[in-house]
Ligand binder design. Structure first.
Ligand SMILES: Cc1cc2nc3c(=O)[nH]c(=O)nc-3n(C[C@H](O)[C@H](O)[C@H](O)COP(=O)(O)OP(=O)(O)OC[C@H]3O[C@@H](n4cnc5c(N)ncnc54)[C@H](O)[C@@H]3O)c2cc1C
Length: 374
C-alpha cells in the first residue's frame, strides 16, 4: 500500500483512489490503518471477520428456516481469480489460515476453475489459478431488506420511520433523545447508531469517537448473457466482483478512499463497465445497464465495531466496510446479545436497553414507507 500511495493519490490506479486531506480524523485513521499493516494484525483481523461471516451465514439459514423470504438467494459458490504465481501463493496462505478457522476453500488450477465455470474458458490462459469457496451464497439485498421489514412489522411489532434525518443525539438519565432536522423528537431507552460512514459525526455529540472513513464504490446491474458466469467471480487484479442474480448480473468495484461526494459519476461507472468487459468479455449486456454508487464505511482494521458505544444507553453497529451484507446477520445477533445482556444487567448498573418509548413531539409527518428502490 505504501509503495502504491503516490499512484493512488494521483488517481493513476484504475480501481483504487485516495483523497488526501489535513483532517485530523483522517490522520489518526491512517496511523491506525498502518498499525494494522502487519502480518499478525492481518491474521487477527482476517480471523475475526471470518468468524463473524460464518456466524452470519448460520443466522441467515436459521432465519430462512423460520420465514420464507424471496430474494434470488442461491448458493452459487465463488471463484477468486489470480493472474500471477506470486498472488496465487499469497492467496493460498490466506486459504490455509481461513481453513484452520472453519472456512471451506480450495486452491484450483486454471483448468479446474474452467471445469467449474465454463465461461472462464476464454481467459484461462491468463490465469495462474483460483480460490474456490463452494459454500458462498448470493442474494439481492434490497429485496431481502424490504421483505424482512414486512415480516418485522407484521410479526414482531417493529415500527420503521423513514425520512427521519437525525440532527442530534443526547443521553439523558433514563435513555436517549434523538432529534431530527425538522424538529421531531424521539425518546428512547436506548439507541443503536448504525449510520454508516456518517456515524462519527453523530457519536461525537455524545463524546464517542469511532474511526470510520468512507470508501466510495460503484455497482452496475445488467442483463445477463449466455456468457454470464453462474458462479460468483472476483477478479482480484482489477478488484471487480461479478454476481449473477436471476436474469441479471451485478458487477461491483472501484474504491475511492475519502470520497464523500454522494453523486454517481457517470465516467466512473463507464470505467467500471469497461474494466468488467476486459475482465470477463461478453459477461453482460452493456446496452441494458443501470448503476449506482455508495460509501463503504471503513475501519482501519476492516473489522466492524459492535456493542456499547461508551456513552450511557448508546450502542453501535458500524464499520462493516466492504462486507456489510455478508456480516449483517451475525452483527445483529451479537448486538442483540449485548442489548439483552445489558437489560438483564440494569440492576447492576449496566446499560439499559429496549425499544423506543414514543415519538414525543413533531412538527411534521415522517414517512413510514421505505423509499423507492434505486
Ligand atoms: C458498490 C458496493 C458494493 C458492495 N457490495 C457488497 C457485497 O457484495 N457484499 C457485502 O457484504 N457488502 C457489500 N458492500 C458493502 C455494504 O454495502 C456496506 O458494508 C453496508 O452498506 C454498510 O451498512 P451500514 O448500514 O453500516 O451503512 P450504510 O449502508 O451506509 O447505511 C447507513 C444509513 O444511515 C443513514 N444515515 C446516515 N446519517 C443519517 C442521519 N443523520 N439520520 C438518518 N439516517 C442517516 C444513511 O442514509 C444510510 O441509509 C458494497 C458496497 C458498495 C459501495
Amino acid at each position: 500500500m505504501l509503495a502504491r500511495t503516490p499512484l493512488l493519490v494521483l488517481g493513476k490506479d484504475p480501481a483504487f483512489r485516495m483523497k488526501l486531506s489535513c483532517d485530523p480524523a483522517l490522520i489518526s485513521w491512517t496511523l491506525a490503518f498502518l498499525r494494522n499493516c502487519t502480518q499478525a494484525a492481518f491474521d487477527r483481523n482476517t480471523t475475526a471477520i471470518l468468524k463473524l461471516a460464518l456466524q452470519s451465514q448460520q443466522a441467515l439459514s436459521q432465519l430462512l428456516a423460520r420465514h420464507s423470504i424471496e430474494f434470488n438467494h442461491v448458493t452459487a459458490s465463488k471463484l477468486h481469480l489470480y493472474y500471477t504465481e506470486e498472488a496465487l501463493k499469497a492467496a493460498a496462505d490466506v486459504v490455509a489460515l481461513k481453513r484452520r478457522h472453519g472456512a471451506v476453500q480450495n486452491v484450483l488450477t486454471p483448468r479446474a476453475a474452467v471445469h467449474l465455470e465454463p465461461t472462464l474458458e476464454s481467459i484461462a490462459d491468463s490465469l495462474a489459478g483460483a480460490v474456490h469457496s463452494p459454500l458462498d451464497e448470493v442474494g439481492d439485498p434490497l429485496r431481502f431488506s424490504s421483505e424482512l421489514l414486512t415480516i418485522l412489522r407484521s410479526n414482531y411489532g417493529v415500527e420503521a420511520l423513514f425520512g427521519f434525518d437525525v440532527a442530534s443525539l443526547q443521553t439523558t438519565s433514563g435513555g436517549v433523545v434523538v432529534t431530527d432536522n425538522g424538529g421531531m423528537v424521539l425518546d428512547a431507552e436506548a439507541a443503536v447508531v448504525c449510520l454508516g460512514y456518517e456515524a462519527p459525526r453523530l457519536l461525537k455529540q455524545v463524546g464517542v469517537r469511532v474511526p470510520i472513513w468512507p470508501m466510495k464504490g460503484y455497482s452496475l446491474t445488467a442483463k445477463a448473457t449466455s456468457n454470464t458466469p453462474l458462479v460468483s467471480i472476483t477478479d482480484t487484479a482489477r478488484k471487480i466482483v461479478f454476481c449473477r442474480l436471476g436474469h441479471e448480473v451485478r458487477i461491483a468495484g472501484l474504491a475511492e478512499l475519502g470520497e464523500r461526494e454522494p453523486q454517481t459519476d457517470r465516467r466512473r461507472l463507464q470505467a467500471l463497465a469497461q474494466a468488467a468487459q476486459a475482465s470477463l468479455p461478453g459477461s453482460f449486456d452493456p446496452t441494458e445497464c443501470r448503476g449506482w454508487s455508495g460509501m463503504r464505511p471503513m475501519t482501519p482494521s476492516s473489522a466492524p465495531i459492535i456493542g456499547p458505544a461508551g456513552a450511557p444507553n448508546v450502542f453501535v453497529n458500524v464499520g462493516h466496510g466492504m462486507l456489510g451484507w455478508t456480516l449483517a446477520m451475525g452483527s445483529a445477533e451479537r448486538l442483540a446479545d449485548t442489548l439483552v445482556a445489558g437489560r438483564r444487567g440494569t440492576s447492576t448498573g449496566a446499560h439499559s436497553a429496549g425499544k423506543a418509548r414514543r415519538v414525543l413531539s413533531g412538527k411534521r409527518a415522517v414517512g413510514s414507507e421505505a423509499p423507492a428502490p434505486r
